[in-house]
Design a binder for this molecule. Structure first.
Ligand code: HEM
Length: 409
């Protein structure tokens, strides 16, 4: 058994509360210096904070399994389980599978994300962006999370999967409730309602898959229906899980990229002005946003055998949380890591992970971030943070983003 000690930093680790929720970086800097891998009794996991240790873990997927990557952070009551039992069972998908199973999923979803297909999506991304900005441009104020950063990637993810326009509004609600169910601590009654919508979402997708069987299109569902020689087709349970996980993976992560980015840029108006004057610098600025305030802050791995990391020996079945957000501020990798430098180069951040589970949607996420910032620079170059607002973060363990972002122009 690994020994933990009472003076460990783990007892001081409260990432979902107070100061650490708003700004966890000083705590991680201390951890990287004093105790780079510590046990968190609150979370029941080891926490890994140094870039090199995280890379070591991500580079050995056979020793560090992804099977618990999506472990729920919220505890479900029996009433919630009763609702969930009416749907398809929750089974592993691309994010939380290993070995051959992962390769099969990854190859199947990969086709929808090749740069050529994402380029074809560009006009749709621009169209959604334009209509969102049209919706508030005459108001001279907006709340950019709910009015822009949240709806844009959700529509894009649903479109990529193959959800028709006429179903967008109803599926958005199902998606909202699904994400709330797995990410937010809710009163039981609301949890049950969200679980009901999660099951409806599963059934909706299976109906859509059946439609595509007879009339395939240029979308992710149609890609997934093409079974390579020697492979078994996906069954309904796998389809339901895979499609919902694609919405979740692609949605709020990108919301947070856009929201965190806007807060960093508008919080220092000279940064915003520079980008508006030099929009060709936006892609590089997006890399720094991803590094400096990483939307996907952490993920889990589980050891498959005894292994030593950072001088600590772990038995099999040990849960480790790799904190991308901390790795991305590691001074050994990034000179002046706590400085936001829009022209940082090289910038080998781990915001999209590393190795075989590297984010399949990275190119799409970057493209959406770029189109969002370019459009705002063009149409609202005078954008400013609304005065006297206190920005606060949503208490979500794996991700990091603001609840609201009020702006004026
Ligand atoms: C800024 C936005 C995004 C960020 C920061 C992000 C981050 C990540 C990270 C860190 C991982 C690795 C997880 C691990 O190692 O266990 C990952 C995997 C993944 N991401 Fe993203 N992601 C973003 C956007 C997207 C989008 C737009 C999609 C698709 C629509 C997507 C789909 C996926 C999928 C399917 C995986 C699993 C890949 C695998 O396990 O092989 N992501 N993402």
């Amino acid at each position: 058994m690994v020994q933990t000690n009472e003076d460990s930093l783990g007892a001081l680790y409260h990432p979902l509360h107070g100061e650490q929720l708003e700004n966890p970086y000083p705590f991680y800097a201390r951890a990287r210096r004093e105790e780079p891998i510590f046990f968190s009794p609150d979370l029941g996991t080891w926490v890994v904070t140094r870039y090199d240790d995280i890379l070591t873990i991500l580079n050995q997927p056979d020793v560090f399994s992804s099977k618990d990557a999506l472990r729920p952070v919220v505890r479900f009551s029996p009433a919630v389980f009763a609702e969930l039992s009416k749907g398809y069972p929750i089974v592993s998908n691309v994010v939380d599978s290993d070995g051959k199973e992962h390769t099969r999923f990854r190859n199947a979803v990969g086709k929808a994300f090749v740069p050529k297909r994402i380029k074809q999506l560009e006009p749709f991304i621009k169209e959604v962006m334009t209509s969102l900005v049209d919706g508030f441009i005459h108001d001279h104020k907006a709340e950019l999370i709910s009015q822009l950063a949240y709806p844009l990637p959700l529509e894009v993810a649903l479109f990529l999967i193959g959800v028709p326009k006429e179903d967008m509004a109803s599926t958005k609600k199902l998606s909202d409730h699904t994400s709330m169910l797995f990410n937010s601590p809710l009163p039981e009654e609301q949890q049950v309602e969200c679980a009901r919508d999660f099951v409806r979402f599963q059934h909706y997708f299976i109906q859509l898959v059946n439609k595509r069987r007879s009339a395939p299109g240029e979308d992710l569902i149609s890609d997934l229906l093409e079974t390579p020689a020697g492979e078994r087709p996906f069954d309904d349970t796998q389809f339901a899980n895979l499609l919902i996980s694609m919405v979740i993976a692609g949605h709020e992560t990108t919301t947070q990229l856009i929201g965190n980015g806007l807060a960093l840029l508008l919080g220092h108006p000279e940064r915003w002005q520079t980008l508006c004057a030099h929009p060709e610098r936006i892609p590089q600025a997006i890399e720094e946003i991803l590094r400096y305030d990483s939307p996907v802050h952490a993920f889990f791995r589980t050891t498959t055998r005894e292994v030593t990391v950072g001088g600590i020996k772990f038995p099999p079945e040990t849960l480790l949380m790799v904190v991308f957000g901390s790795a991305n501020r590691d001074e050994t990798q990034f000179p002046q890591a706590d400085q936001f430098d829009m022209q940082r180069s090289p910038n080998r951040h781990l915001a999209f992970g590393y190795g075989i589970h590297f984010c399949v949607g990275a190119f799409l996420a970057r493209k959406q971030g770029q189109i969002a910032l370019e459009t705002l620079c063009q149409r609202l170059p005078n954008l400013r943070l609304a005065p006297q607002q206190r920005l606060s973060h949503s208490p979500v363990l794996r991700q990091r983003g603001f609840k609201h972002l009020d702006v004026v122009w």
